[in-house]
Design a protein around this ligand. Structure first.
Ligand code: AVJ
Length: 326
C-alpha cells in the first residue's frame, strides 16, 4: 500500500493508493483456484456501491432498516455506553449515512470514514463536511482487511471503531476474530467498538434477502464481472452468468455465487479459464451469528462485557464494547 500524502491536506482527504498489482494478483489467483472465488470487496466499485445502496431499500433486505430501528429506539443508551466527543472511525463507511445519523447525539470530535471505494467516499465526505462543520473529517481510502494501521493524524485517545451493517459477516469467524483483534489493538486501552451483526434466522427470510424479486442483488453480484473486466482487462460477458444466493446451514452463512449459463472461456491479463455450464465463482459469504456466539468472538478479541441491543424479532444485534485493559 502506497501512502500518497503524509498529512491531511486542505481538503482533509487522506488517500492511500490502491495497490493495484497486489489486487490483480489476488484476483487472478482466486479465479484460477479449483473453486473459483473472489473477495467481496470487489463488489464495491462506484456502481457496485450504488447498487448496494439500492439493496438497502429493498423490502426483502431487512438488515439495514432493522439496524437503523435499533439505533433509533436505543440511541441514548448506545451513546451513553459509547461516550461522546471521541474519534469515530467508520470502517466501510460507504455513503457515511449511518454515522451521520449518530452525529447529532454522539457528537464526535473527529470522524474518520474508511472505505476501499475511494471516489464514492470522497463525494460523501464533501457533503457531510457542509452539514457538520464542527466535526473534523478525514476520509481514508484503504483496504482495512489487509491492515488496520491508521496514519498518524488520527488521534489516539478516545477511538471508537464503528462497524455497522453486519459487514463483519463477510469474514469467516477466524478471520473476523483477527479483524476484531486488530481493532482492539488499534483502539488503545480507552477505546471501544460499536458494531452491528446479523443474527441467524429462518432460511426463507435469508434466501429472499439475498435473492430479491427485483433482481437488484443479482445486478450487484453480476456487476462484479464488469469491475473485473476493468481491473484485470478480463472479457467476462455478464450475459453468460447468473446470480445464485442461498443459506448454507452447515456453515452458518449465506453464499453468493455467479454461475456459468453455458460453457465459457474467460481471458484476462495473466490468465484464462474455462468454466463448464453450471460452474460457479464464489463471490461472497455473509455469516450470521447467535448473540452468544458473537459475544464470545468479541471476548476472544479483547472486547469483553459488551452491551447489546436488538429488535423485537431478534433479527439483528448492535453491540458496544470497551477494550479490555491490555
Ligand atoms: C454489506 C456485507 C453486510 O452481506 O448482507 C447484500 C452485502 N450482499 N446483499 C451483506 C450484501 C448481498 C452485505 N454486507
Amino acid at each position: 500500500m502506497t501512502l500518497i500524502a503524509e498529512r491531511p491536506t486542505a481538503g482533509f482527504l487522506q488517500l492511500y493508493q490502491k495497490d493495484d498489482d497486489a489486487l490483480r494478483t489476488e484476483l487472478s489467483e482466486g479465479l484460477l483456484a479449483p473453486q473459483a472465488a473472489t473477495s467481496p470487496k470487489f463488489l464495491y466499485d462506484a456502481l457496485g456501491s450504488k447498487l448496494f445502496e439500492a439493496i438497502c431499500e429493498l423490502p426483502e433486505y431487512y438488515p439495514t432498516r432493522t439496524e437503523a430501528a435499533i439505533f433509533d429506539t436505543h440511541l441514548s443508551d448506545i451513546v451513553e455506553s459509547a461516550g461522546q466527543g471521541g474519534v469515530l472511525i467508520d470502517l466501510g463507511a460507504g455513503n457515511c449515512a449511518k454515522a451521520a445519523r449518530l452525529f447529532p447525539v454522539l457528537r464526535p470530535r473527529d470522524y474518520v470514514p474508511v472505505d476501499i471505494s475511494v471516489d464514492f467516499l470522497r463525494g460523501a465526505v464533501e457533503g457531510l463536511r457542509q452539514r457538520f462543520p464542527r466535526i473534523r473529517m478525514t476520509g481514508l481510502g484503504m483496504d482495512f482487511s489487509r491492515s488496520l494501521a491508521l496514519p498518524a493524524f488520527v488521534p489516539e485517545d478516545g477511538r471508537l471503531f464503528f462497524y455497522p451493517g453486519s459487514s463483519i459477516g463477510n469474514f469467516a469467524p477466524e478471520q473476523a476474530l483477527s479483524l476484531l483483534t486488530a481493532m482492539r489493538t488499534a483502539c488503545g486501552d480507552d477505546g471501544g467498538l460499536l458494531i452491528g451483526v446479523d443474527l441467524a434466522k429462518d432460511a426463507r427470510l435469508l434466501n429472499a434477502a439475498y435473492d430479491d424479486a427485483l433482481g437488484v442483488t443479482a445486478s450487484f453480484n453480476l456487476n462484479l464481472l464488469r469491475h473485473l473486466n476493468g481491473l484485470l482487462g478480463a472479457d467476462f460477458d455478464v450475459r453468460d452468468w447468473r446470480h445464485r444466493a442461498f443459506w448454507n446451514p452447515a456453515q452458518g452463512r449465506v453464499e453468493m455465487h455467479l454461475e456459468a449459463r453455458r460453457h465459457v472461456v474467460v481471458r484476462w491479463q495473466g490468465g484464462q479459464r474455462h468454466f463448464r455450464e453450471g460452474e460457479r465463482i464464489h463471490t461472497e459469504n455473509s455469516y450470521k451469528y447467535t448473540r452468544q456466539g458473537f459475544l464470545q468472538l468479541l471476548e476472544r478479541a479483547g472486547f469483553p462485557a459488551a452491551r447489546t441491543w436488538t429488535d423485537e424479532r431478534e433479527w439483528f444485534l448492535v453491540c458496544h464494547a470497551r477494550a479490555a485493559r491490555g
